[in-house]
Design a binder for this molecule. Structure first.
Ligand SMILES: [Ca+2]
Ligand SMILES: [Ca+2]
Length: 211
């Protein structure tokens, strides 16, 4: 448990100490367009709406374009929780609405040694990504601050229970104490990684995936 909490505090250090000599691969970020006005920048836990074109670096083949393929709609994903590729989680931070970036994603932050579908094993990927919108994610710092009634930057069982009560009422359900307590226990079992009886902002926002 101690080892585990150290490793979650210092993921990159831990990897370099335990995993070998290679430095953590990075995403190359080029800004193609930056809007004149920037009211808000993307951060972990935000939901991002993006349009993107994906290419293989090796031969320039486009393997996917949200503008041309499927329903041609931009896609929503939550930044920083590995809902998308790790390369996106790393490469789409601090981005303005309306900004366009070119990301060069090494295989280890993309589809790895295995590849996937049209993407051959060990491919470096190039993405041209336009950020269309940013919304607070369910796991945003804002949601956390709202739940943290006494502002001590951690969530107690009581605070989580209060929040559940409010959410249930908001959606027209009558509060049910027993039910809420069961849910709270369930939430703590999943979220309170170091089992200290509180959910910290890190445990809340980053869930169980390390970048
Ligand atoms: Ca608190
Ligand atoms: Ca905890």
């Amino acid at each position: 448990m101690l080892l585990f909490s150290i490793c979650s505090l210092l993921p990159s250090l831990f990897v370099s100490v335990a995993g070998g000599k290679l430095p953590e691969p990075e995403v190359k970020i080029e800004v193609l367009h930056k809007p004149f006005m920037c009211y808000r920048k993307s951060k972990y836990g935000d939901m991002l709406l993006v349009h993107y074109d994906g290419f293989l670096e090796s031969n320039g083949t486009m393997f996917h374009s949200s503008r041309k393929d499927g329903d041609k709609n931009p896609v929503w994903f939550t930044l920083g929780i590995r809902e998308a590729l790790r390369g996106w989680d790393k490469g789409l931070q601090d981005m303005c609405k309306g900004e366009r970036r070119k990301l060069t994603v090494p295989p280890s932050l993309g589809y790895g040694k295995e590849g996937k579908g049209k993407i051959p094993p060990g491919s470096t990927l190039i993405f041209d990504i336009e950020l269309m919108d940013i919304q607070n994610g369910p796991r945003s710092h804002e949601s956390f601050r709202e739940m943290d009634l006494n502002d001590d930057w951690k969530l107690s069982r009581e605070e989580v229970k209060e929040y559940l009560k409010k959410e249930f009422q908001k959606h027209g359900y009558s509060p049910n104490d027993t039910h809420h307590e069961v849910m709270v226990e369930d939430i703590f079992k999943n979220e309170d990684e170091d089992e200290d009886g509180f959910i910290t902002v890190r445990e809340f926002v980053y869930q169980h995936d390390e970048l």
